[in-house]
Design a protein around this ligand. Structure first.
Ligand code: 5GP
Ligand code: ZN
Length: 119
């Protein structure tokens, strides 16, 4: 069911502390941690602690939580000092668009020359 932890979800396991991550920020309902395979000098993922399969499903089910995730993304950008140079917020949605983890997350990408590294 939406919002409940999924046993095979890597980000549910990170939220539960079952898989280690480099935490950047944490609130009651959100977690921000560094991407294991950074595509830019700053590459942080912000997730709701509750499981939703993608950003649209999260926003439909809990718009307030979706807003909290976005606000946290902005705070990460400030802490990482990429606001002045500019940063990207990316929500890959669907395997065809490159989504590989089906737990809603936003990529906060910035720094360097602004180019994404190849996967
Ligand atoms: P997606 O392609 O689904 O939008 O993004 C998933 C992201 O999660 C990828 O950039 C990938 O590098 C990252 N990722 C996958 N597994 C792990 C993990 O175990 N730990 C961390 N920190 N990031 C992960
Ligand atoms: Zn999950």
């Amino acid at each position: 069911m939406a919002g409940e932890a999924q046993v095979d979800c890597v980000f549910c396991k990170i939220v539960a502390g079952e898989i280690p991550s480099t935490k950047v920020r944490e609130t009651e309902h959100t977690l921000a941690f560094r991407d294991i395979n950074p595509q830019m000098p700053t590459h942080v993922l912000v997730v709701p602690k509750a499981h939703y399969p993608n950003a649209a499903a999260l926003a439909e089910a809990d718009p307030r939580l979706a807003g909290a995730v976005l606000a946290e993304a902005g705070r990460v950008a400030e802490e990482e000092k990429v606001v002045d140079s500019g940063y990207r917020l990316i929500f890959n949605t669907g395997a065809g668009a490159g989504q590989t983890v089906f737990h809603a997350h936003v990529h906060v990408l910035g720094g360097g020359n602004g180019e994404l590294h190849e996967k």
